[in-house]
Design a protein around this ligand. Structure first.
Ligand code: UDP
Length: 307
């Protein structure tokens, strides 16, 4: 079953089980849902994740991402759910000291979003030692792409993520894409990120859950490809995949953006036997393009532009 407050989530994305609408801020609602379903394990994705907003309104982030998760953990302990897969982030590392970031890299986050996730990792380690609540934290790099059937994709409001913005520009639904910073110490001056397909991320969650069910101790894994792509490369590949012209403007750096974030995901391969299968940039872009086109077609049908 899925519990979601639908603030940023969509009921239409819940396909394989009942949806319970509720908020982590509401312990009574959590107790109700936990006593009804008695889950053995939880996958916890619910969090605010806009880096810029977290700088402007940290209370919103600590309240939801940390205090909300504490409520969830209390409900889990109360009902005897002993295993958790937790969405963490490469933003918990801060500025990288190496080209590829391994799990052992120091975690010095540079914004409240990253700090809220790091705090939760630390709290989870303490809960594991003290209460035996085992968890696997998965540090995602840049989640991207849409499912192969084009049924579920990125649907954010506001949209701030690079790939959806590029595709909107390709479709003429926004005038241009702005490259945030062209003076980074990277080959073409734009930021480098490690884009990982959501289908590969989903598979890692299933694997992590299976490992926990078999007794795997509390652990942490990076999820990325180990290959980086610059903002300009993503735009160039998107132009090739869509066959559209993508108007580009350049702008200043976005505060809080490190030049390069690329995973060393060797551990997830060795220990979880996980490997990305659909995370090459072209596959990511093609799947996202298919999904965006089908969503725009639905939107346009729902509210056609009348002369
Ligand atoms: N980016 C950009 N223009 C945009 C949105 C993002 O140049 O309109 C850059 C951003 O600076 C970062 C990369 O694209 O280097 C990925 O950003 P996104 O917001 O998609 O993910 P994040 O790295 O923040 O998780």
């Amino acid at each position: 079953m899925v519990l979601d407050n639908l603030v940023y989530g969509h009921a239409s994305s819940v396909r394989w089980g009942p949806l319970e609408v509720g908020d982590l801020a509401d312990p009574q609602r959590l107790a109700e849902v936990f006593s009804r379903y008695r889950p053995d394990a939880v996958m916890h994705f619910a969090a605010y994740a806009y880096v810029g907003e977290s700088v402007e309104d940290p209370a919103k982030y600590y309240q939801n991402n940390v205090a909300g998760t504490l409520n969830l953990l209390a409900a889990m302990r109360e009902s005897g759910a002993g295993q958790l897969v937790f969405s963490s982030t490469c933003a918990s590392y801060g500025h990288p000291q190496t080209d590829r970031i391994a799990e052992s890299h120091p975690q010095v986050p540079i914004n409240p979003y990253g700090r809220s996730k790091l705090m939760m990792e630390q709290i989870l380690a303490d809960y594991s030692s003290a209460y035996g609540l085992r968890s696997i934290s998965l540090r995602y790099f840049n989640a991207a792409g849409a499912d192969a059937d084009a049924e579920i994709g990125e649907d954010h409001d506001p949209e701030t993520h690079l790939i959806p913005i590029i595709l909107e520009a390709a479709a003429g639904r926004r005038p241009s894409v702005q490259v945030y910073g062209t003076d980074y110490d990277t080959p073409d001056g734009s930021c480098i990120r490690d884009y990982i397909h959501v289908t590969d991320l989903a598979a890692a969650h299933v694997t992590a859950l299976a490992a926990l069910m078999q007794g795997h101790p509390t652990d942490v894994f990076n999820l990325g490809t180990g290959r980086g792509a610059s903002v300009r490369e993503v735009i160039d590949r998107a132009a090739a995949i869509t066959g559209r012209r993508i108007p580009v403007v350049t702008g200043p750096r976005r505060p809080g953006d490190p030049a390069m974030l690329v995973a060393d995901a060797t551990r997830a391969g060795e220990i979880l036997d996980w490997a990305p299968h659909c995370s090459d940039l072209d596959t990511i872009l093609a799947s996202a393009w298919r999904w965006h086109q089908s969503r725009w077609a639905d939107d346009d049908q729902a509210s056609p532009v009348r002369p």
